[in-house]
Write a protein that binds this ligand. Structure first.
Ligand SMILES: [Zn+2]
Length: 270
């Protein structure tokens, strides 16, 4: 499943096609949404917002389109009227005079009154968003008493803890902060937790700007120049089982936490 940085990159493409343009045609596949087509047609798209792994398209008619891609949803944009070649089921199409944006396969789509997002069951339970929240909010959330007794390896996939986190960012941020995945916030010092908050934000935003690279950028560039493949220089520890840790040369360990693979260095993250 794509993580915060990949969702934001996808949103950028949709925003480039729709922002500040008038919708000339709106198609919903689901019957209960069809009545909204008329209200949305003729409205202008004001912004494309990401909230964790959900997307909100805000318009100037007082309505916002909410979608969550889950595992299979996929957005595609094309020149106006040109249809992507795919066997996927079309669920939503937004057209303007220049471009068309299509959402395939997703089933979690709704139309909300702008400003009523707080009542949406998924949006209401999201923690601070790692792509947009200020560091102070993330620091506070990481120490929030509601979460202190669960291990960080689990918490960092909980969208109610931090929205937009995902599997590679979990391994990478724990490694950069030097924290073992079995530790709970209550086991960590304030400085460690603040370091974790900073690592999460730094890595998420770097990954967004550098198309998924979370490794130290100087090292990544050097490894690339040596001829290594992207998968080999992309991360500090993620997907590097048995390879030497870049900091201490100890072998990276692969384990499973919350049913997803997790990588860490047993020495740097003792
Ligand atoms: Zn190490």
């Amino acid at each position: 499943m794509p993580e915060g940085p990949e969702i934001r990159l996808a949103a950028d493409k949709i925003e480039a096609a729709l922002h500040d343009r008038e919708l000339t045609e709106v198609f919903f596949a689901f019957d209960h949404l069809k009545p909204y087509s008329r209200s949305l047609t003729g409205s202008k798209v004001l912004a494309v917002e990401t909230r964790g792994k959900a997307l909100l398209i805000h318009t100037n008619c007082g309505l916002s389109i909410y979608s969550h891609n889950q595992l299979y949803g996929r957005w595609m944009t094309r020149k106006a009227g040109s249809m992507p070649k795919t066997n996927r089921q079309l669920r939503l199409a937004l057209h303007n005079h220049d471009y068309s944006a299509y959402l395939f396969s997703a089933s979690d789509i709704s139309v909300l009154e702008t400003g009523q997002q707080a009542q949406h069951p998924f949006l209401a339970r999201l923690g601070p968003d790692i792509m947009s929240a200020p560091v102070a909010d993330v620091r506070r959330q990481i120490k929030d008493p509601r979460f202190t007794r669960r291990c960080l390896g689990q918490l960092l996939l909980d969208q109610g803890y931090l929205a937009g986190m995902g599997n590679y960012l979990r391994s990478e941020s724990l490694h950069v902060a030097g924290i073992h995945p079995d530790r709970r916030p209550t086991d960590c010092g304030v400085e460690e937790l603040d370091r974790l908050a900073s690592s999460i934000l730094k890595l998420a935003r770097q990954s967004y700007r550098q198309r998924g690279i979370t490794n130290d950028l100087v090292r990544a560039r050097a490894l690339k120049a040596e001829g290594l493949r992207r998968s080999e220089y992309r991360h500090w520890v993620f997907a590097r089982e048995g390879r030497p840790c870049y900091r201490c040369c100890e072998k990276v360990i692969k384990t499973r936490v919350a049913s997803r693979r997790l990588y860490y260095c047993p020495r740097c993250q003792a």
